[in-house]
Ligand binder design. Structure first.
Ligand code: GDP
Ligand code: MG
Length: 163
């Protein structure tokens, strides 16, 4: 059974973009996990030869970004229960939101490894802006751009160490 990595976070931060990057050239898993729900997508990925399963959460039930906070919390809790490691994605373009703080609060209680990915860091100005995410109380973060791929290597190097 391959290790499971869940990508969680509020809508629009770039979870699905990152998920698609991770599973590129591979197929999304359909019904490979019993009780698979429509609000989560599973895919296979690997980094430096280490295979793992990725869960992309959110947005599928309602088919839009208009997801209630309660629903996001539920999905985060489900994903955390299932995962060996969690990637918590936030968005430097909008900065910290109340929903980010709620998810961070849940994740601070979790014993599993949590990787804070600050997405949409497409340029060096945004690298400066990313420091505000220290205030989520989750420690070190990984500045990444799911669109151009920058920073994802550092995140994946550290991720596979804990799988
Ligand atoms: P999700 O709701 O968290 O799954 O977010 P999506 O992956 O659907 O992305 C939401 C929006 O953010 C889309 O318009 C993406 O193109 C955009 N986006 C995702 N990653 C990046 C990034 O690294 N940089 C920028 N500038 N936009 C991004
Ligand atoms: Mg999505």
């Amino acid at each position: 059974m391959s290790a499971i990595v869940a990508i969680v976070g509020r809508p629009n931060v770039g979870k699905s973009t990152f998920f698609n990057r991770l599973i590129q050239r591979r197929e999304a898993i359909v019904d490979a996990v019993s009780g698979v729900t429509r609000d989560r997508h599973y895919g296979k990925s690997d980094w430096n030869g280490r295979e793992f399963t990725v869960i992309d959460t959110g947005g599928y039930v309602l088919g839009s970004d208009d997801v209630f906070e309660k629903e996001i919390d539920k999905q985060v809790e489900l994903a955390i229960g299932e995962a060996d490691a969690v990637i918590f994605m936030v968005d430097v373009e909008t900065g910290i939101t109340g929903m980010d703080e709620d998810v961070a609060k849940l994740l601070r209680k979790v014993e599993k490894p949590v990787f804070l990915a600050v997405n949409k860091v497409d340029n060096t100005q945004r690298l400066q802006d990313a420091v505000e995410f220290y205030s989520l109380g989750l420690g070190e973060y990984y500045p990444i751009s799911s669109i151009n791929g920058s920073g994802s290597g550092e995140l994946l190097d550290d991720l596979i160490k804990v799988l």
